[in-house]
Design a protein around this ligand. Structure first.
Ligand SMILES: [Zn+2]
Length: 250
């Protein structure tokens, strides 16, 4: 038999699938025998552990909540992090129980925002070893965005207005603070990423670089690790994982 390319799965025909046209399945790379360390593993710095409280929208004794560095397509995208440098399966019982409480609390806070129908909770963890849970709000009425492609749509939809985004952040922070902790009602005060798109482009290029647009959950979900110094094999796209304070490589 000839090795015929695998046919594209049925979900490419679903209304929620964001793309149309001719698609084909990518060739899979060979599996690596040993996976590279994630951020916060071995000799790699942990961006979450190094981030100051001011980079978050709400902080408590054992948990912190942060936002993206700018509005994206969904009405709200937030990340819940433990203060302790632990991964999901390593949480002691106290933190495991609190994770449940925090997850419910944050879901409800985000769902209470105007225009939010549902909040999807995700944990990937391929880029950073430090526990971080994603909360993605689906806009009300957007039935086409239902399901697992929501994280893709976050990068496709036009960003919500900055004013609305800041208001939403402040509301969630205030909601969480009802139960304790400290709201940083304002959104992150430090730039999680180099504000390249906010300043005039020295290149004078009207086209925004694709890398500058990749600030939402999808590439964060992908969590592409930084290229290692030892193996400058292929040029990686800008580093992006669940730790957006890492400056863009380009
Ligand atoms: Zn850490």
């Amino acid at each position: 038999m000839q090795d015929t390319p695998p046919s594209v799965p049925d979900f490419t025909q679903w209304p929620s699938f964001p793309f149309e046209g001719d698609l084909r399945v990518k060739q899979l790379d060979d599996p690596v025998p040993v996976e590279p360390p994630r951020r916060g593993e071995e000799n790699r710095e942990c961006t979450a552990c190094n981030a100051p409280d001011e980079a978050y929208i709400w902080v408590g004794e054992r948990w912190r909540v942060r936002a993206m560095d700018r509005p994206t397509g969904l009405p709200m995208v937030l990340i819940l992090e433990s203060r302790s440098h632990l991964d999901l399966g390593d949480l002691p019982n106290l933190l495991a129980a609190e994770l449940g409480v925090m997850t419910v609390r944050l879901e409800r806070a985000i769902r209470s925002l105007d225009g939010v129908a549902r909040v999807h909770v995700n944990r990937w963890g391929d880029g950073s070893a430090h526990l971080h849970m994603w909360f993605l709000a689906r806009p009300y009425g957007r039935l086409q965005l239902r399901g697992t492609f929501l994280s893709l749509w976050d990068s496709i939809l036009p960003p919500i207005s900055e004013a609305q985004w800041r208001e939403n952040l402040a509301m969630v922070a205030a909601w969480l603070a009802e139960f304790g902790g400290r709201p940083l009602a304002e959104p992150p005060r430090i730039q999680w990423q180099a504000p390249s798109s906010l300043s005039a482009s020295p290149a004078g290029d009207a086209e925004p670089a694709a890398e500058e647009e990749t600030v939402s959950v999808i590439e964060a979900a992908e969590e592409i690790p930084e290229p290692q110094e030892e193996q400058p094999a292929e040029p990686q796209p800008a580093t992006a994982d669940g730790a957006p304070e890492q400056p863009k490589a380009e």
